[in-house]
Write a protein that binds this ligand. Structure first.
Ligand code: F6R
Ligand code: MG
Ligand code: MG
Length: 389
């Protein structure tokens, strides 16, 4: 029986230095101190603390399984302490994603984002953790599709008999709170029909179809739906497994050779190009962005992150590589083109998405100043607008 190991990535915006662009050292240190203590006590076996823009990210490897209350509590207490420190330092947006106060066993639905995966360790298990800032969980739909379903991205889907059976995708409807599982390649068109709307349909899990081996898990929190008002985007995290009958590391990273558009960026209200960056560039600056993504590669071995001779987890900062210079250059070219359009769509998100921002408050002021125009043709759309007046 193979060893079962859980990879948990739990993240939270607890406050940022100078706006919403980065997590300063004192907060990262709180993460490090708390997780090191939990490791000493044996609750977790390994950890790595980092940040994606203004989000504090806790990577924990342990034997406690998914949705474990002790693991979630550890993350919750860590975020609370970091948020308190952020408050004392008067950092910006202190405690931003801590939407609820009383912890009752599971951090899901309380503000922080969670991606967890329990695996049966293979002979060798390469993993990749993705963390993005200034965007939302649906931002992973496009790369998930390309990695696990698109034969033009993943050569293994064509060449390797272990992959030709395809993958099953679990898709969450985050508005209606429903989920559906679709199998690729057979249901590829239906999958795209859904996940091409990333603001509503989000890929939450991927399994290899022939044996249900878990291959990817993504966070799916929608802060605005929890809070019932605009509280920023949900800056997602994801865990992906690679190699030996799963997409190779290079196939997992290939979708990021080019930039692509995601919702988020300034005030969670704009289309922006996702820019792959190394950890040193994981700071959202220009127009609060552009939305950025980091990728960490590591091995899980005997319940831990494989460590070096000094016991430090060996983490490869995958986008800190000239191979992604082209994508970064593209991202900045697209970013500057979009910014020339200011607040005109499609630079700004469509009206439906803007419902979840602060724009309706501004429009509210004009409500009483509208007068009927002379020629009114009674269309179904007009009746709807009138009914909402
Ligand atoms: C987006 C984000 C930022 C803020 C923006 C305004 O997720 O966090 O772009 O929306 O900096 O922030 P406030 O309203 O706090 O000044
Ligand atoms: Mg913030
Ligand atoms: Mg953020």
């Amino acid at each position: 029986m193979a060893q079962k190991t859980t990879i948990s990535v739990i993240k939270c915006d607890v406050g940022s230095l100078a706006g919403h662009h980065t997590v300063p050292n004192p907060l990262l240190k709180i993460g490090e101190k708390r997780l090191a203590r939990a490791q000493e006590k044996g609750l977790i076996n390994s950890h790595y603390v980092f940040h994606a823009g203004d989000d504090l990210e806790l990577l924990m490897v342990h034997d406690q399984g998914e949705d474990n209350s002790e693991i979630h509590k550890l993350a919750w207490e860590t975020f609370k302490e970091a948020a308190e420190r952020a408050s004392k330092l008067k950092l910006y947006g202190a405690g931003q994603d801590i939407l609820k106060t009383a912890f009752s066993g599971n951090i899901r639905g309380m503000g922080p984002g969670v991606a967890e995966m329990e695996i049966e360790e293979r002979k060798s298990d390469p993993l990749i953790v993705f963390a993005a800032d200034k965007t939302e969980p649906g931002a992973f739909n496009y790369p998930m599709f390309r990695i696990f379903a698109d034969p033009t991205n993943t050569a293994g889907l064509v060449i390797d008999p272990n992959l030709t059976g395809g993958f099953r995708f679990e898709v969450l409807d985050v508005i209606a709170n429903q989920k559906v599982v679709l199998k690729c390649p057979e249901e590829m068109y239906e999958l795209i029909a859904l996940i091409g709307t990333p603001g509503r349909y989000v890929v939450s899990h991927v399994w290899r179809a022939r044996d249900d081996v878990i291959s990817a898990a993504t966070s799916t929190t929608r802060l605005s739906l929890i809070a019932g008002k605009y509280v920023g985007k949900d800056d997602p995290v994801s865990v992906v497994r690679a190699q030996h009958g799963l997409p190779a590391l290079g196939e997992v990273l290939a979708p990021f050779m080019h930039s692509y558009f995601v919702e988020g960026w300034m005030r969670g209200s704009h289309w922006g190009p996702l820019m792959p960056v190394g950890l040193k560039d994981s700071r959202c600056t220009a127009f609060d962005g552009p939305p950025r993504i980091v990728a960490l590669g590591f091995q899980v071995a005997n319940g831990e992150i494989a460590a070096d001779d000094d016991g430090r987890p060996m983490i490869s900062d995958l986008f800190d590589d000239p191979a992604f210079d082209l994508a970064r250059r593209e991202a900045m070219e697209i970013a500057s083109t979009l910014r020339r359009m200011g607040e005109f769509e499609p630079a700004r998100l469509g009206a439906e998405a803007m419902e979840y921002t602060t724009l309706p408050k501004v429009l509210e002021k004009l409500k009483d100043r509208f007068e009927s125009t002379e020629i009114e043709v009674e269309t179904p759309e007009l009746s709807r607008v009138k009914a909402n007046r």
